[in-house]
Design a protein around this ligand. Structure first.
Ligand code: GUN
Ligand code: ZN
Length: 430
């Protein structure tokens, strides 16, 4: 089996920095090493020790660049790559004006293939090694995404987006076809290579009760699959949900009622939660996915990251491309920091890095497999240049410790900060 030794600064986690003091659960080395055997990480330690113990390993020396677990994007829409940064609308108008028009194009398999490949290549360029994506209503769009990911040996989570109302012609399925198509795609892709199938009702306003019920039944048959959707993103959306489901106790209840609340549920945004919703999400151990650039770009609100993560809920971090305004998880961490500041809390860079790697993996129930720089994990690794632009470098040059050196890259970095990416033990960037 091939042995690779990556040398540089290293950052790994032994626990959750929202539950323990960050300093107790982070491991850093200014001259560390990561030993990769085949497609997995075999050891993380000091550079000199690993070199001595494994003289036969091929060495890649990254100097003082930072070796970290690859970033895990826990919620995005690959079909929206082409319409990222579309101006001037809030959620419902943004969906109707830009999103639905673009998603209609994914009945064309060749177009879906092209955008899927482009999106995955953009993800690598930005240091993201796992994407969790909504597709479109078209089964072809799912085949395109999983196919492109398999060609790159990338772990992805995705599913056919289901909508049978409040969407334009050409972008609606039915309760029955959503069930049948989702089931066929699940059977085709779930567990194949690095693919995970997620049952994917878009959100309550675009599904009839019959469709939600059918997808709840499907989840009941395949509880091992995640289920992804949107929850409480924007006030007018919540009011719309209330008018569509007058007997529901709250937004979450529109999922709960139909079997769409459970431990492998991934609830994107979850900004305006009521007390009952918070308590139920915690009780069933569901995952909340924070999409901070989207929340500021679409004008949705300020997610209670510190409150929810400190309470022990599973929280993942995500770009929500193309409602999110940037492909970079660095930029996404910066936005999470800024939203924290607007709520009066300062999220530590260790907490931001944990969220973008371990936290997202935990939200996806893939802890120890992805998002983890430690023995046994898949070797999905990102290497960051901490002085990638003159503006960042002049700040980092005066840094006295790793966090001081890393935070300017979190706040100001982009794809230029990504020195290298490894996927399943192989260099992916060049
Ligand atoms: N809610 C329902 N669909 C979407 C979407 O595509 N993006 C965002 N941000 N919110 C949604
Ligand atoms: Zn979304």
């Amino acid at each position: 089996m091939s042995k690779q030794l990556l040398l540089g600064q290293t950052l790994s986690f032994t626990g959750d920095p929202f539950q323990a003091d960050w300093s107790e659960v982070t491991r850093t080395s200014s001259r560390g090493g990561v030993l990769v055997e085949g497609n997995r990480i075999a050891a993380v330690g000091e550079a000199d020790d690993l070199r001595r113990a494994h003289p036969e390993a091929d060495v890649t020396d990254y100097g003082n660049a930072l070796i970290t677990a690859g970033f895990v994007d826990a919620h995005m829409h690959y079909p929206q790559t082409g319409i990222i940064a579309s101006w001037g609308k809030q959620l419902i108008d943004w969906l109707n004006t830009y999103t639905f028009a673009e998603e209609t194009r994914f009945s064309d398999r060749a177009y879906a293939d092209e955008v899927a490949g482009r999106t995955l290549d953009l993800a690598f360029a930005h240091g993201t090694t796992t994407l969790t994506s909504f597709c479109t209503i078209h089964p072809e769009s799912v085949d395109a995404f999983f196919g492109a990911a398999a060609a790159r040996n990338m772990a992805v989570i995705a599913g056919k987006t289901c909508m049978d109302r409040n969407a334009p012609d050409g972008l609606r399925d039915t309760a029955q076809s959503a069930y049948d198509d989702s089931k066929a795609l699940l059977q085709k892709w779930h567990g194949k290579g690095r693919a995970t199938y997620a049952i994917t009702p878009r959100f309550s306003p675009t599904s009839t009760p019959e469709q939600l019920e059918a997808l709840g039944a499907l989840w009941g048959e395949y509880p091992d699959c995640p289920m992804q959707t949107h929850l409480s993103e924007q006030i007018p959306e919540i009011e719309w949900v209330r008018s569509l489901f007058p007997e529901a106790r709250d937004y979450l209840d529109t999922y709960e009622k139909f079997g769409l609340l459970g431990p492998k549920g991934l609830y994107g945004h979850s900004i305006w939660l009521e007390e009952r919703e918070r308590a139920r999400l915690a009780e069933v151990d569901a995952s909340l996915i924070h999409c901070p650039t989207s929340n500021t770009f679409i004008g949705s609100g300020l997610f209670d990251l510190m409150g929810l993560a400190s309470a022990g809920l599973r929280v993942g971090l995500a770009t929500d491309t193309g409602g999110g305004s940037n492909f970079s998880m660095l930029h996404t961490m910066a936005a999470a920091y800024e939203i924290g500041q607007l709520r009066g809390v300062s999220v530590h860079p260790a907490q931001l890095m944990w969220l973008a790697t371990e936290g997202s993996a935990r939200a996806l129930h893939m802890s120890g497999e992805i998002g983890h720089l430690g023995a046994g994990a898949m070797a999905d690794i990102t290497v960051l240049d901490l002085g990638s632009t003159p503006a960042i470098k002049q700040r980092t040059d005066r840094a006295e410790h790793l966090w001081d050196a890393l935070f300017p890259t979190i706040m100001m970095g982009d794809d230029r900060a990504v020195r290298d990416v490894w996927i399943a033990g192989k260099r992916a960037l060049r």
